[in-house]
Design a protein around this ligand. Structure first.
Ligand code: NAP
Length: 244
């Protein structure tokens, strides 16, 4: 049985991705940082519903030592991961001059460095098997830039560069690396936006609706599947037409 690790899978998009990969038959590792109960509950529901192994593992992806520990646990239980979804992310809204050095570094550390640490740990096993798939969850704001989210936009743009460069590097080992760039998706991440702003974002979206975590999970499932076997180094925009 193949194994998938989804970082930040305790809530929102990550938990929908974990369910989608379980439905495809992957044993799933549900990484969380703070939401222990939600991650453990999701693992239980997945194991019971799809009769496949599911394990919740705590790890702050911004701390390389914790990422190494998580991969030791994965090695003991599953040998390694065949699919890695770098989904864990944080965002905040403020003008550049108000962003503290600590906030800047933390935004890079979780959204970008975490993908580096996890990919570095995941690749030796994938290379030894000459197969694997890495999906990085970027954002449309990484594509076009968001005012008051320069730190977040920078990290998400970095993830796209990371995706393209790594895709070239590991393609000879039959490992594909792609990114998904979501538009506005209703999750806890959107909770800091007031009702009017959310309504405006909805109106600005040509399809006139906001995305669901499942919309993003479906795109990840496609990129992981054999139907995407010739696709690597790409950024799949799933945004209702917001950025074309
Ligand atoms: P969310 O509901 O806020 O969930 C964030 C997830 O990331 C949680 O599971 C959280 O785990 C985890 N996480 C945060 N910091 C972490 C850390 N240091 N180590 C490990 N896990 C950590 O966000 P979401 O909307 O589902 O976002 C998922 C991804 O999609 C993010 O990369 C986000 O930037 C991207 N995205 C979202 C949208 C959107 O509109 N929602 C749009 C574009 C891109 P704990 O709760 O356990 O700490």
């Amino acid at each position: 049985m193949k194994t998938a690790l989804v970082t930040g899978a305790s809530r929102g998009i990550g938990s929908a991705v974990a369910v989608a990969l379980a439905q495809m038959g992957y044993a799933v590792v549900i990484n969380y940082n703070k939401s222990k109960d939600r991650a453990e509950n999701l693992a239980k529901v997945i194991a019971e519903s799809y009769k496949i192994p599911a394990l919740a593992v705590k790890c702050d992806v911004s701390i390389p030592e914790q990422v190494s520990e998580m991969f030791s646990t994965i090695k003991e239980n599953f040998g390694g991961v065949d699919v890695l979804v770098n989904n864990a992310g944080i965002s905040s809204q403020k003008i550049l001059t108000d962003i503290t050095v600590e906030e800047w570094k933390n935004t890079m550390a979780v959204n970008l460095d975490g993908a580096f640490y996890c990919s570095k740990e995941a690749l030796p096993y994938m290379i030894s098997k000459k197969q694997g798939s890495i999906i990085n969850i970027s954002s449309m704001w990484g594509q076009v830039g968001a005012s008051c989210e320069v730190h977040y936009s920078t990290a998400k743009a970095g993830l796209m560069g990371f995706t393209k460069a790594l895709a070239k590097e590991v393609a000879p080992s039959n490992i594909r690396v792609n990114a998904v760039a979501p538009g506005v998706v209703m999750t806890d991440m959107m909770s800091s936006f007031d009702e009017n702003t959310v309504a405006e974002l909805k109106e600005e979206t040509p399809l006139q609706r906001l995305g669901t975590p499942k919309n993003i999970a479906d795109a990840v499932a496609f990129l992981v599947s054999d139907k995407a076997e010739f696709i690597t180094g790409q950024v799949l925009a799933v945004n209702g037409g917001f950025v074309i």
